[in-house]
Design a protein around this ligand. Structure first.
Ligand code: ADP
Ligand code: ADP
Length: 224
């Protein structure tokens, strides 16, 4: 499904224009949103995720009018915010089982199956009995992905997921994301040019609340 963003604007109470007439079409696959700190990436992601309202504009995902029907969007959305989550001392497997239950997967065999699946996709199966609170930063980010995959999202938004990860952790995280991008519409925001170069076919470059470039990743990253 395609995401169509038209004439999106947002000025915060302090006068900062974080979104300045954003127009973007994003199709299936891994889409990179590249820009320095303060460019407006998080503002755009939070707006698409319906966590904050824009001043004007529209967002359409398939047949969902996102700003009018937040619940419809949230049912098919997976959103990984920038901050690491705070987790109780439960094992990854128990915690995922608990979340799956909350998400309405009532049958315990179904839960078992999907929990195993998401642990495998995120390369956390070998660590399923460890407490998530003791995971490294990269493992917590991968756990965040596992958690979002439980309800089979159609649109996935990951906001600066590699910030603060060491090179080995970053590499493992990107490998997981690559696999997911082959089957979903993923918007991946980052200020790291190599993240986009390694992972995305297409990208938008943002700065000062504006989209400065939208096109192929090869062409876009050459400009920088
Ligand atoms: P990025 O994710 O690219 O770093 P942000 O969307 O976080 O960019 O920020 C864009 C601009 O909006 C920055 O100047 C930031 O300081 C400002 N900003 C972000 N959130 C708020 C807020 N809640 N209130 C006021 N200003 C904000
Ligand atoms: P991350 O797994 O997010 O990169 P670390 O590198 O800090 O985080 O890993 C924490 C521990 O788990 C280390 O002992 C590391 O060797 C081990 N580990 C993490 N991921 C894997 C993996 N895919 N295969 C084998 N060992 C792993």
């Amino acid at each position: 499904m395609e995401l169509n963003i038209s004439n999106l604007t947002k000025t915060y109470d302090n006068g900062v224009k974080a979104l300045d007439d954003i127009n973007l079409n994003i199709g299936p696959g891994m889409f990179g949103l590249l820009g320095p700190n303060g460019a407006g990436k998080s503002s755009l992601m939070r707006t698409i995720a319906t966590l904050q309202a824009p001043d004007s504009g529209s967002i359409q995902f398939g047949d969902i009018d996102v700003l009018k029907d937040k619940n419809a969007l949230r049912r098919i959305l997976g959103y990984l915010p920038q901050e690491f989550g705070v987790y109780p001392k439960l094992s990854a497997e128990d915690l995922l089982n608990y979340f799956a239950n909350l998400k309405g997967i009532a049958n315990s065999q179904d839960r078992k199956k999907i929990v195993k699946e998401v642990l495998e996709i995120t390369n956390l199966y070998a660590f399923k009995n460890k407490s998530v609170s003791g995971y490294s930063g990269g493992m917590k980010q991968r756990f965040g992905i596992a958690q979002m995959l439980l309800n089979n999202p159609k649109l996935i938004i990951v906001d600066e997921p590699t910030a603060g990860l060491d090179p080995a952790e970053r590499h493992r995280f990107l490998n997981v994301l690559r696999e997911i991008g082959a089957q979903h519409t993923v918007i991946f925001s980052t200020h790291i040019v190599d993240d986009v170069r390694e992972l995305c076919h297409e990208l938008a470059i943002m700065n000062g609340g504006k989209v400065l470039f939208r096109g192929s990743s090869g062409e876009g990253t050459q400009l920088l």
